[in-house]
Design a binder for this molecule. Structure first.
Ligand code: BGC
Length: 768
């Protein structure tokens, strides 16, 4: 069949040039044939140096037009020693640099322009961890689509996103950049993001190439310390950590970024098993692999050898492009001479980079993504901002709402207190590289703009972010000032109490600053910072209702707050429109519907804690919190404060028991499991209905439950809907001891609920 398509394609190519409307399979082969002959011809003209140049990805810094002409990088571009650039923003600058490449280099090969467009471009969406809490894949895809439209109109054609590292350890700051602890949900998000960025046709001027990262296992560093060693079983990799990367590959992601950490004792950047056997041979990845920032050079400190050794091992393992470090550029010719690398390996890497540029349409028009008019109208426009506001509101998670303190009434006086309450630059969150902070909205502005004269909003800062001045500095980098004041804690608290004196309700906006999570922002203490906790205690003492608006890039340990504060709304970092979105939810214009995608521990000692754990041989009996010689702690129960999947609404939902199509199944039959959900409260709302399955007996031990499906539904007040899940043996498969992906017959529990803890269960028997 392949041969026939090839002959047909060759025929069409030779006889009817330009005919690509036929069968999509044929036109795909046709396009690939065209691309191959174009690149073959180009590569024939390339010197070894020029080929290695394509593998080189320096960081541009944010140089201006004039500097671009005279910089060292410009000189390298002229010499054909640069394949792409990243960290350069605006049509004017990118056009200027591209002109150097296509007009002044010998072979006129255009550059690819990358950027960390992680959660939006100038219109900034919630941090990815927040976005995942929408459990709404259409929204996730939409956010990536808008990001791609904005970035592509401003010169960018490649984004280092999605970040899909599974993380079960909130000490790790980069948990903020991913979709939480679950592989199934993570895979759904990965797919949606890739689709959103790349669309159906990469050569369109409003789609950009996606780069899934950080391959692999970066989210599982020892002790939650960034860049630290990772060591895990292959079963855990395949079942719990690989699925989102694989989902991105299956969705056609154009590139993959290798991670900083080691895997099986070999840094991912030089891990041939990971980059070639798994990624290319098992998963069929056809795009290119880029290192992370100086990933090759860092292998010297990993103890792999000097730069030449690190570089040749990286190329040999399957790296195609070298971010920043120039190891490939400067040492590969020597390695080739010494027989450490083959020319075919250099050619393969160079070809993959050229293919990416071809697919992006850059050979046809190197300025395809540089259109001042588009940039003027499509970046940070009102429509994108409206969507960002709505998406942000749907990412918030209502953790507690005693006596329906929320939503607030649109009358009376509200005291807004907290170091982050009137701070806009922290609202976009970590990795908001393209965001203009002056465009972001603070909570105070958002509340005032929503309620106008109807509600009197009074404000006081109340405390600094933390007591420790040095920690405050570390927590306020990259222009995200924490606004530290040189006043005593007592003075600031007293001022807050004074301001709150006549208020009907106090909204305490507390938590982390944007840079307390993200890269190299691990924390060993996950409590609300001390200065803010003291403020919160003082506010509670007033006896007035207090609403804690929690701003955070990770799960925090808040058992005390959960006990003592009547209402808690977790808002993550909601992006440029966060202030407006928070106001919408606080005053009830939007009913919160987000659900956690991570487990929230009671203390850092419980970490790693996750819902999909194994049972052990000594599980704690249900309902108990300690029993000697059982798997538990002396000083804290095994329970989290909030389980995975948890989130409340202003309304209430009631679940029926599960109805099954059958209790015993055979082979490839389909089981349907239904529940009826009623909105028994006063507000219209959205509910995320979650399906978990437990494989009770296996050839290897199986988790106590695994997410296998979810549905987000709208329910009007008083309305009832039935949700039906179809389950086939595909949903029962897992990687066994021999890493064979299959299912095993026996007993299964079908588990449905509003979160991973509050569920209904039924048993079925499924034979082969
Ligand atoms: C990060 C990546 C990022 C890259 C480029 C690295 O430090 O780990 O996630 O894409 O920098 O900015």
């Amino acid at each position: 069949m392949k041969k026939i398509i090839f002959i047909l394609a060759a025929y069409l190519f030779i006889v009817i040039p330009g005919n690509s409307q036929a069968d999509p399979k044929v036109s795909k082969v046709l396009n690939e044939t065209k691309m191959k002959s174009f690149i073959d011809a180009l590569m024939k003209k390339m010197t070894l140096e020029e080929k290695l140049g394509q593998l080189n990805l320096p960081s541009a810094g944010d140089f201006t037009t004039g500097q671009a002409q005279s910089s060292d990088i410009a000189q390298k571009i002229r010499q054909g020693k640069v394949g792409g650039l990243f960290n350069i923003k605006s049509v004017a600058k990118i056009k200027d640099v591209q002109r150097v490449a296509v007009e002044e280099s010998r072979l006129h090969i255009p550059l690819i322009f990358g950027m960390d467009v992680i959660h939006g471009y100038e219109t900034t969406f919630p941090i990815p961890l927040g976005l995942s809490c929408t459990w709404d894949m259409q929204l996730v895809e939409r956010s990536a689509r808008i990001a791609a439209t904005e970035a592509s109109s401003d010169g960018i054609n490649w984004t280092f996103s999605p970040m899909v590292d599974i993380c079960r350890d909130p000490r790790w700051g980069r948990i903020a950049e991913g979709s939480g602890e679950d592989a199934y949900l993570g895979a759904e998000v990965a797919k949606a993001m890739v689709k959103g960025y790349q669309g159906n046709d990469l050569s369109k001027n409003n789609t950009i190439m996606s780069c899934v990262k950080h391959y692999a296992l970066y989210g599982a560093p020892d002790a939650g310390r960034d860049y630290n060693t990772v060591d895990m079983s292959h079963q855990r990799m395949y079942n719990d950590y690989f699925p989102p990367y694989k989902a991105a590959v299956d969705a056609g992601v154009g590139s993959v970024m290798a991670s900083f950490n080691e895997v099986d004792g070999v840094p991912a950047t030089a891990n041939k098993w990971l980059l070639t056997d798994v990624l290319r041979k098992q998963w069929g990845f056809k795009g290119f692999v880029v290192t992370d920032y100086t990933g090759i050079n860092e292998m010297i400190d990993h103890g792999i050898g000097d730069l030449q050794t690190a570089s040749s091992r990286a190329l040999d393992a399957g790296i195609d492009m070298d971010m920043v470090g120039e190891g490939l550029l400067t040492t590969t010719a020597k390695s080739l001479k010494e027989g450490k690398i083959r020319l075919t390996q250099i050619d393969a890497a160079c070809r993959r980079i050229l293919e990416a540029k071809y697919k992006l349409g850059l050979f046809e028009d190197p300025y395809r993504y540089c259109d001042e008019n588009r940039a003027k109208t499509e970046v940070f426009n009102q429509q994108n901002r409206n969507e960002a506001k709505s998406i942000a509101a749907q990412s918030f998670v209502l953790l507690k709402n005693q006596n329906n303190v929320l939503p607030l009434k649109k009358t009376g006086t509200v005291a807004l207190i907290g170091p982050l309450a009137d701070n806009k630059e922290n609202m976009p969150g970590t990795w908001s590289v393209a965001t203009r902070f002056e465009n972001a909205t603070s909570i105070l502005t958002g509340m005032n703009s929503l309620v106008g004269d109807k509600v009197k909003i009074v404000y006081a800062r109340g405390s600094n972010l933390v007591y420790d001045e040095q920690l405050d500095q570390r927590a306020g980098m990259f222009g995200k000032n924490t606004g530290r004041q040189n006043r005593s804690a007592e003075e600031m608290i007293n001022e807050a109490l004074e301001v709150s004196k006549n208020a009907d309700v106090i909204v305490a906006a507390l938590g982390e600053s944007a840079e307390m999570s993200g890269e190299s922002s691990s924390r060993s203490d996950l409590n609300l910072p001390d200065a803010q906790k003291d403020l919160l205690k003082a506010l509670l003492k007033t006896g007035k209702p207090v609403v804690l608006v929690l701003i955070t890039g990770r799960p925090l340990t808040i058992p005390w707050e959960n006990e003592n504060v009547p209402a808690i709304l977790n808002v993550w970092f909601g992006g440029t429109e966060a202030g407006y979105a928070i106001a919408d939810v606080l005053f009830g214009d939007v009913n919160p519907s987000g659900k956690l995608t991570t487990t929230w521990p009671q203390n850092a000692g419980q970490v790693p804690i996750f819902y999909k754990h194994k049972n052990t041989g000594r599980p704690l009996p249900e309902g108990k919190w300690f029993e000697k010689f059982r798997s538990n702690y002396l000083d804290v129960s095994n329970d989290p404060v909030y389980p995975f999947g948890f989130g409340l609404s202003y309304t209430a939902f009631q679940y029926s028991d599960i109805k099954l199509s059958s209790g015993s199944l055979k082979g490839s039959q389909t089981l349907t499991a239904s529940v009826t959900i009623s909105n028994t409260g006063k507000y219209d709302g959205k509910e995320v209905v979650q399906l978990y399955i437990r494989d009770v007996v296996g050839s290897v031990t199986r988790p106590v439950k695994e997410l296998k499906g979810f549905r987000k539904i709208d329910l009007k007040a008083g309305e009832t809907k039935t949700v039906t899940f179809s389950i086939t043996p595909e949903d029962l498969k897992f990687y066994n001891y021999d890493l064979k992906y299959d299912w095993e017959p026996g007993e299964f529990e079908i588990i449905i609920g509003a979160n991973s803890r509050d569920v209904k269960k039924v048993k079925v028997n499924w034979i082969k």
